[in-house]
Design a binder for this molecule. Structure first.
Ligand code: UFG
Length: 327
C-alpha cells in the first residue's frame, strides 16, 4: 500500500491514476489547499496536513503503507522569494514531520518530487545528475535540502528514497478527466491555452533577448503521464531493494516559448494573443534534462515527446474545463 501525500494535485493525481490502473492499493493524504477532491475520484482520500504530526502518525498506524510518495509542496519560484517562510514550513518542515513519523512507524521507502530548480543557472545542457546543484530560489533551496536530508536519513535510519527531479511537467492523461489546475496559473502551456480561449489576458512572453535560437527561453516539457510512470518504476525499484537515487526527468528536447505558442496555435486552430515583455527574474535561458540515468537504471522512456501531442492533451483538458475542476 502506497501513501500518496499531496495526491490531489496535478502530478499527484496522475500518479494516483497510474496506481489505480496498476491495481496498486493506495491512499491519498491531502489538505486540499491546492489540491482538488475531483482529481482523485476513485482513490481513497484522507483530508489532512503533513505538518500535523498526529494526523500523519494516525494515517501511518491505521493504513501501514510500505511506501510514501510526496507531492505536497508549494511550487512557485517567485512566491518562494516573496514568502520563503511558507516554503520552509511546507516543503521542508512538512517533509521532516513526515519522515519522522515514517521512522517511528518503520516505513522505509520514500519517493520524492524534486525539481530542475535544484540546479539553478545551468553550466551546461543537457543537465545530468553530475551537474552541480546551486538553487537560485528558496523553492529550489527547500527541495535540495530535502534531497540532502534523504541522503542522511538513508545512511542513519535506512529510509531509502528516489528523488525525481521534474523539468517542465505538462499535458494531461488522455481520457481520464484530470489535468492542470493551479491558482494562480503561472505555467506557460496552460496560460497560452487559456489566452487562446480568451479566459485570461493575452500572454506576455518573458524576454526575447536570451542566448537561444529565437531569443526566448528553452524548456524541457515532460508529459505528466510519463512522470507518473516514473513513480511506479521508482516504487518497483525500492521494493526490489534498489539503492537511493536522484534522477532527472525530462522529455529530452528543448522547446522555446515561441515554439510552444506556435504549437498551441496549431493544435487549437486559434491565435494565442500575446505580447513581448521583459525577462522574468531568475529564469535561466535553457533548462534541458538528460534523462539517461533513469532510462538505464529503471528502464523509463518518455512516451510523449512530440510537443504537439503534449499540448493537444493539455488542450483537451483545458477546453473542456476552462475553469479547471470548477467547470
Ligand atoms: N513564460 C512566459 N510567459 C508566461 C509564463 C511563462 O514567457 O506567462 C515562460 C517562462 O519565462 C519560461 C517558460 O515560459 O521561460 C516556462 O515557464 P513556466 O513558468 O511554465 O515554467 P518554469 O520553467 O519557470 O518552471 C518550471 C517548474 C518549476 C521549476 C522550474 C525549474 O514549473 O516548478 O521549472 O526552474 F522550479
Amino acid at each position: 500500500m502506497v501513501l500518496v501525500v499531496g495526491g490531489a494535485g496535478y502530478v499527484g493525481s496522475h500518479v494516483c491514476h497510474a496506481l489505480r490502473a496498476a491495481s496498486e492499493p493506495h491512499l491519498v493524504l491531502d489538505n486540499l489547499e491546492k489540491g482538488h477532491r475531483q482529481a482523485v475520484e476513485g482513490s481513497p482520500l484522507v483530508v489532512g496536513d503533513i505538518r500535523d504530526p498526529n494526523t500523519v502518525k494516525r494515517v501511518l498506524a491505521e493504513h501501514m503503507p510500505d511506501t510514501v510518495m510526496h507531492f505536497a509542496a508549494c511550487i512557485e519560484v517567485g512566491e518562494s522569494v516573496r514568502d520563503p517562510a511558507k516554503y520552509y514550513w511546507n516543503n521542508l518542515y512538512g517533509v521532516l514531520v513526515l519522515l519522522e513519523a515514517m521512522r517511528e512507524a518503520s516505513v522505509e521507502r520514500f519517493v520524492f518530487s524534486s525539481t530542475a530548480a535544484v540546479f539553478g543557472e545551468p553550466h551546461y545542457v543537457p543537465i545530468d545528475e553530475n551537474h552541480p546543484t546551486c538553487p537560485t530560489s528558496p523553492y529550489g533551496d527547500t527541495k535540495l535540502a530535502v534531497e540532502r536530508m534523504l541522503r542522511a536519513f538513508d545512511v542513519a535510519y535506512g529510509i531509502r528514497s528516489v528523488a525525481l527531479r521534474y523539468f517542465n511537467a505538462s499535458g494531461a492523461q488522455p481520457g481520464a478527466n484530470i489535468g492542470e489546475d493551479h491558482d494562480p496559473e503561472t505555467h506557460l502551456i496552460p496560460r497560452a491555452i487559456l489566452a487562446a480561449l480568451g479566459r485570461v489576458p493575452p500572454l506576455v512572453v518573458f524576454g526575447t533577448d536570451y542566448d537561444t535560437p529565437d531569443g526566448t527561453c528553452v524548456r524541457d516539457y515532460v508529459h505528466v503521464s510519463d512522470l507518473a510512470r516514473a513513480h511506479l518504476l521508482a516504487l518497483a525499484h525500492l521494493r526490489a531493494d534498489g539503492p537511493s537515487r536522484a534522477f532527472n526527468l525530462g522529455g529530452g528536447e528543448g522547446r522555446s516559448v515561441r515554439e510552444v505558442i506556435e504549437s498551441v496555435e496549431r493544435v487549437s486552430g486559434r491565435k494565442v494573443p500575446h505580447s513581448f515583455g521583459d525577462r522574468r527574474p531568475g529564469d535561466p535561458a535553457r533548462l534541458v534534462a538528460s534523462s539517461k540515468l533513469i532510462q538505464s537504471e529503471l528502464g523509463w522512456r518518455p512516451r510523449f515527446v512530440d510537443i504537439d501531442e503534449i499540448v493537444s492533451h493539455a488542450w483537451v483538458w483545458h477546453s473542456a474545463h476552462p475553469e479547471g475542476y470548477r467547470s
